[in-house]
Each structure stands twice: as C-alpha cells, then as structure tokens.
Design a protein around this ligand. Sequence first.
Ligand code: NAD
Length: 453
Amino acid sequence: MKVIEKAYYSPVGKKVAAKAGLSEPPRLRRGRDYPRGPVVLAAPAGSTLVAEALELLGRTSESPVLDTGGDKAPGYGDRIGAVVLDATGLTDLTQLEELRQVLRPAMRAIEGSGRVIIVGSSPEGDWERLALTQALDGINRTVAKELRKGATSNLVYVDPDVTAVDLLPTLAFLLEGRSAFVDGQAWTVRAAGLEEADTVGGPAERPLAGLTIAVTGAARGIGEAIARTLARDGAEIIAIDIPPAGEALANVANDIGGVALQLDITAPDAGERIAALVAGRGGSLHGIVHNAGVTRDKMLANLDQKKWAQVLDINLAAQLRINKVLLDPATQGGLVDGGRIVGVSSMVGFGGNAGQTNYAASKAGVIGLVRAMAPDLAARGITINAVAPGFIETEMTQLIPFVKREVMRRTNSLDQGGKPVDVAETIGYFLDPRAAGVTGQVIRVCGQNLMGQ
Ligand SMILES: NC(=O)c1ccc[n+]([C@@H]2O[C@H](COP(=O)([O-])OP(=O)(O)OC[C@H]3O[C@@H](n4cnc5c(N)ncnc54)[C@H](O)[C@@H]3O)[C@@H](O)[C@H]2O)c1
C-alpha cells in the first residue's frame, strides 16, 4: 500500500523520521512466504502433536543442534527462521527452565520476520498446571516485546482432543507472512474432528474456492482489502456498502469478479436482502464478514444521543440483527451449516479510549457477541470469531496529524502501523474451512500495541 511506503521509506519520510530520532521500521514478511531459515521444533516433554502438524505441512523440523556447552554463549550456529515450542506435555513448573534453554539462544539467532510459536495445553488440571499454563502467556508476551526486526511471538492453547489436522491451519497462518502484524497474542484451538484428507496436502493456495462470502463496508479501506484478499483465496464475494459509496463499491466488485450490493446494514430488512440476493443466484452463503463501522468521536461530557445511537447501531446492533436472520434455518440464502461469521472489533474494545465511549462500547460488544454465540453455533459447525485491529494505515488514519500519528504507529512491538491486508489475512484464516476448530476467538491485529494489553 502506497501510504505506508510513502510514510516510512520515501526520502522525505526517512529525513523527517531521522530528525525526530525515530528509526526506520523493519519491513515485514507478508503473504504466503515461510521463514527463510529452518523451522526448529522443541518438544521438552516429548509431545508429538506439533511434530505431526509440521509434517502435514511438509515442514518437518530441520532442528539445528542447539549448542549449550563450552565457554561461549549457547547458540544455533546459523540464523533460524522459527522456533516452535511444543509445551503441551508440560506438567510441573520446573520444566519452564527447558523453555528458557531453547528460547534464550533463539532471541539472537532468529531472522528478521522470524517466528516464535508456543503451543500449550488449555488451562485445565491442578493448581500447578494452571499456573504453568498462565506462565506461558507471560513468556509469550515478553518474548514478543524483546524480539527485533519484525520477528513475532504468539501462543496457541490447544484443547485436550486437538489433533495435528486441527492445528494445521493455525500453524500455517503463524509461520507464513499472513500473520505479519499479529504479535504477542494467545488464542485457543479446539478439536474439530477433521480428517487428514481435509488438509489436501498442506496449505492450499485457494482455500476458499467455491465459497460465497459477504463482506460489509467493502468499498474502501480495510473492507476493500478483505474483499480482495478473500477473492485471491478463491471466494466469490458479495461486496456490500452504502449507496453513496456505490461507484467505489462497483469498482471493487468488478475488479474481483464479485457482486455489489448497495445496502445500509442498519436497514431493518438488511439480513433478508443479503439472503435474497444469495437465493436469487441459486447459491449458498458460506460466510459473512461484519466489517462496516464508523466513529463519531466526542468526550462523553459532550456526546449526544444521535452520535451514541448511530455508532452502536452500525457497529453492533446491525450485526446481531443480520446474524439472526442469516442463522434462521427458514431463511432461503441464509448461512449454511459449517459456515463462518467474522466480526471486526478494535483494540479500543479492549483498552477503551478517551473520546470514544460509543465506539468502545460497540467494539467491546462485538467481542461479547463472539464469545456468547460461539458455543450456541457449535452444533451446526458454524464458527464465529473477530479481529481487533490496532493502528492500521488507511485513509482515515492518514488524516491524523504527523506527530500524533508517528506516536500511535510506534507504540507497538513492530514499530509501525499495520496494513489493511494484515487484518484481511487474519480474517481469511478464520474463514478457512480447515479452521473449524477456531471459534469464539478474538485476535488482535495490532503488532502488540500497548493499548489494553
Ligand atoms: N483503520 C483502523 O486503524 C481501524 C482500527 C480498528 C478497527 N477498525 C475497524 O475496521 C473497520 C473498517 O475500518 P476502515 O478504517 O476501513 O474504515 P473506513 O471508514 O475506511 O471504511 C468503512 C466502510 O464501511 C462503510 N459503511 C459505513 N456505514 C455503513 C452502513 N451503515 N452500511 C454499510 N456500509 C457502511 C463505509 O461506507 C466505508 O466504505 C471498521 O469496523 C473499523 O471500526 C479500523
């Protein structure tokens, strides 16, 4: 995206940043590329779950030998691309020392945009097990803060019956450049009972082929990136936006071979109109991404009823109304069993923000909706998740005055704003049919922004 290139890497951008004492941010590895260096697997307690998942991915660990002896500091010799730590077998606190032994040398050896991925068991068991599980979170968050040059650390908790097949799409997402701006996060993978055949030999290039997915707010910004990214992955897109954005919407839809639907999502019959379009085309709806959102910022002391209601209605209540219609089995063109719902929250939904009570309420509400609906939809194989973007480089954030913008960009572990495609890639991960075990989760796409962490 031009904006970020211009801001950071143009001669003017570089000069201004240097004058302000700011270093040039690292360029992040994006897209489907894997790390360049070897993927090192460490399984201190002998669990084989991650080893099996890496094998399915065709990434059997190349484990360079860890040199822990002698006078010199321990190390891996050469640069490594990623360390994947299988901590699922850990049972007592003393075993955390083994994690230190593996991670300590990795902190220097890991390449730019490299990865630390910790896989632990979901919190369960006695006091010691629960403390240990939580300790992994502290390690992950801190490693993420200490890593440099665009390298990230994330933690995946797995439920007891999770198989390598269930873990596969998550491991692929984390190793690939698609997770470039996801850092210091933790989420859970549940057992989904998929067969090995469902993996179709590893990370499919077009995992959404044959699926129809509706994206709201698709005319510009993050929504446009979502529509383009999902179309790249094979989906047919129903691109939705308000009538005044009709021309931009039509351009996006034409570009990606999708269908444009001019619709205000707050219309009382919005859900019915989406379903009618799907039914009219004789197809099925496999997913919906609730991206449309607005801000109407005012300090609470000055916030009137109109600005309050507008934000809550567009950002939250409309989603709930549309979901109800699309989930009703009687709705022709509604969401199929095994379908996907993705909400777009915000880090403000976690941290709050002065001047944004209405927005924070709506975005926290999206998180609540995801957590509340996930268990109820499980029986139908429908997943519901959300992304919570941090500072993303869009036309909207480009309007923030330079100094404030620079500060906002850099108050995260990757020293830069994210790109709309980073949010889109995480949504693509949720929509992947192989990610059936990922539900009720909210992933922050924020480079480990300090707000609300
Ligand atoms: N840009 C960021 O840094 C950032 C950070 C956190 C969360 N978000 C969230 O990401 C989403 C997209 O943000 P963006 O920066 O691309 O915003 P944007 O303003 O550029 O795009 C929002 C789109 O939604 C559409 N829209 C608004 N109201 C609508 C309605 N009633 N019906 C249908 N469409 C409607 C708009 O016309 C527009 O095309 C929003 O939900 C926003 O809250 C953005």
